[in-house]
Design a protein around this ligand. Structure first.
Ligand code: HEC
Length: 127
């Protein structure tokens, strides 16, 4: 497993290097940047119900951005899922599927916090 992890890491790093000449400051996809904010927030608030890469009480959070029609809705859902469920078909469908346990509201999380949490999940590699 450690070996696989290394291969993936080397692959990601070489991909980053291949987009050469392009000295990007965009940290969105960079594995080299520590994301302690995302990790801390995820573990403190979300890990009781979510795993990055598999279904748990709620859905796996990897790839979640692509499942929503826009990020504003996704942010709004994390801050107050009930409000979004009342007006959005995808959220309603999700809620019906997982209705045993509605998600708690997180009104204090900023867009950046949610991005950090989701980026942590996206870059998480199972051991
Ligand atoms: C009490 C359990 C619980 C906690 C804690 C929780 N969630 Fe959820 N989450 C769910 C459930 C269940 C769903 C499925 C939708 C529903 O039932 O409302 C969900 C759905 C989601 C979705 C949409 C998933 C998709 O496939 O589109 C996102 C994004 C999300 N949660 C993010 C978070 C974040 C970020 C945190 C921490 C800040 C968090 N959740 C904390 C239970 C939880």
């Amino acid at each position: 497993m450690k070996f696989n992890y290394l291969i993936v890491l080397v692959f990601i790093i070489s991909c980053n290097n291949n987009s050469a000449g392009n000295k990007t400051t965009n940290t969105e996809n960079s594995v080299a940047v520590a994301n302690t904010n995302g990790e801390t927030l995820f573990k403190a608030n979300c890990a009781s119900c979510h795993k990055p890469n598999e279904r748990y009480v709620g859905p796996a959070l990897q790839g979640v951005v692509n499942r929503w029609e826009n990020k504003e809705l996704l942010y709004a859902f994390v801050r107050n899922s009930q409000e979004v469920i009342s007006r959005n078909a995808y959220a309603k469908k999700l809620y019906d599927e997982y209705k045993q346990s509605p998600m708690l509201p997180y009104p204090n999380l900023k867009d950046q916090d949610i991005d950090d949490i989701l980026r942590y999940c996206q870059n998480y590699i199972a051991e």
